[in-house]
Design a protein around this ligand. Structure first.
Ligand code: SAM
Ligand code: SF4
Ligand code: F3S
Length: 470
């Protein structure tokens, strides 16, 4: 069974609760907050927890960042541009503080866990009031309290490799929710900084996850997204992973839609595919990052699978779950990648035909194995490769998405369309965005839709609840 997950003990809970109470009753504390989130769903869910704690302290959300009394940046450092964007925005707030001297600034998340970053914050970003890493998130009330009472910058990194249960979260949506099932990563892909900043893999207790899901179900939630850097290795021990068992148990809770991400191809078992194929509520979609289509690059990336294994998993998924939505992550210009090796990635993308793909130019991350590899690829070569990859992916995606035309999808509406005020959009069961006519009143509902066509990244459809053809 999963290990190293624990609840905050009574003393720790009391301590944090005391800080929350103290802040709540302070006369001149900040009244409003704004959380800026970078990076992946893990960070988005951490931001919900930060917002939950701030609301318990009596602060309310300011929709506009520059109007808040406390702004906190939850940062990402997976690529250099994510890091630069976060630091640029933090620096901009220094200007905002000139007009609002009481403004408090916090920085947290993966970037703070990078070696040397805490010292850099103190030295170069002395106007920041508090900075803390991912493993000490549950102590945020204490850091906030200290920042209100102490003159110097509060900086806290490190912390135990355990999961903390029982933190209040302010979920952004009531119809769909994130559930974190495991944290950290043991894979050490040679390009990736995540294991260094998020620590080793640790899984939550299955009972805790099930009771969180049951609570959400009772409160009208339609969809849960299970989160982890490698959900396939949830509760992994000598006998294998407990993820299929968890998925089966969650299927019985009754929530209409269950999704999960991310899965590592080396850990995608036949058992998991069988559970998905037989489940009532697990959606027919799979995010399976491949990174490269070339065996030598995959070996040097330390991915522990080859092209043949990957294609075998895709074939198995497609025969067990016909029409399954497939998405991936791809990196171009990994150190030493030749034109021929890049073309192997192109041919894999052509062969698989993904419904969508996140495409990245390799970004060297200090401390990772790949950053020390020779033959880093010149930017102009990288830029040419990514453009060719995107062009091919867009073409294949349009072709693949045609399989949905004239089929029906149940779409969970997420919001108003950005382009047209009379349109709404949401995700179908296969994970693809669908746009239909509608209004704000439809947000959070599951609407049956007849798919009529393919746009660039989305499907267009007509709603069947209004056309009478249901
Ligand atoms: N755990 C997930 C997996 O293994 O598939 C991925 C998590 S990572 C946060 C998301 C994606 O970022 C990766 O799949 C990879 O494509 C990309 N990525 C990670 N490190 C990168 C780097 N140094 N340069 C470019 N892309 C990177
Ligand atoms: Fe990074 Fe690899 Fe872990 Fe994913 S599996 S988080 S890419 S080290
Ligand atoms: Fe970024 Fe951390 Fe996620 S580095 S991608 S926010 S785990």
């Amino acid at each position: 069974m999963p290990e190293r997950s624990r609840k905050l003990n009574y003393r720790e809970l009391e301590e944090q609760q005391q800080y929350i109470e103290d802040i709540r009753t302070m006369a001149d504390r900040p009244q409003t907050y704004h959380v800026v989130t970078y990076g992946c769903q893990m960070n988005a869910h951490d931001s919900e927890k930060i917002a939950g704690m701030l609301q318990e302290m009596g602060l309310t959300e300011a929709k506009i960042r520059d109007e808040a009394d406390f702004v906190i940046f939850n940062t990402c450092c997976v690529r250099d541009n994510a890091e630069r964007r976060a630091l640029g925005n933090v620096t901009w707030l220094k200007e905002v503080r000139k007009h609002n001297p009481k403004l408090m600034i916090g920085v947290c998340g993966c970037m703070i866990q990078e070696p040397g970053m805490a010292e850099k914050i103190v030295k170069q970003y002395g106007f920041v009031d508090l900075a803390f890493g991912t493993a000490v998130l549950h102590r945020f009330p204490e850091f906030f309290w200290r920042a209100l009472h102490e003159e110097h910058v509060i900086v806290e990194t490190g912390g135990e490799d355990v999961i903390v249960e029982g933190m209040p979260a302010r979920r952004l949506r009531h119809d769909a929710a994130y559930i974190s099932i495991m944290q950290g990563c043991n894979n050490f892909c040679s390009f990736c900084i995540v294991p260094y900043v998020r620590g080793r893999e640790r899984s939550r207790d299955m009972k805790e996850i099930l009771s969180e899901a049951a609570f959400l179900h009772e409160n009208g939630c339609h969809e849960i997204m299970l989160l982890g850097q490698n959900v396939n290795s949830y509760g992994k021990n000598e006998k294998g992973s407990a993820f299929p068992e968890l998925l089966k148990a969650l299927d019985d809770v009754g929530i209409e839609r269950i999704r999960f991400m991310t899965s590592h191809p080396k850990d995608l078992s036949d058992e998991l595919i069988d559970v998905m194929a037989n489940a009532k509520h697990v959606l027919p979609q799979f995010h399976l990052p491949v990174q490269s289509g070339d065996d030598d690059i995959l070996r040097r990336m330390n991915r522990h699978y080859d092209r043949k294994h990957y294609l075998d998993r895709v074939q198995k998924l497609r025969s067990a779950i016909p029409g399954i939505g497939l998405t991936t992550d791809l990196i171009v210009a990994f150190p030493g990648e030749t034109e021929e090796q890049f073309e192997h990635t192109l041919s894999l993308v052509d062969e698989v035909g993904y419904d969508s793909a996140f495409t990245f130019i390799y970004s060297p991350r200090t401390g990772t194995a790949a950053a020390k590899m020779p033959d880093q690829i010149p930017p102009e070569v990288a830029s040419d490769r990514i453009q060719r990859l995107i062009a091919l992916q867009e073409k294949r995606q349009r072709e693949e998405m045609m399989r949905f035309v004239e089929t029906q999808e149940e779409v969970l509406i997420e919001g108003l369309s950005k382009r047209n005020a009379n349109e709404i959009s949401g995700r179908g069961k296969h994970g693809i965005s669908v746009t239909i006519s509608g209004s704000e009143n439809d947000i959070g509902k599951i609407i049956p839709v007849q798919i009529t066509g393919v746009k660039l990244n989305t499907l267009a459809g007509i709603r069947m609840d209004e056309s009478g053809c249901q």
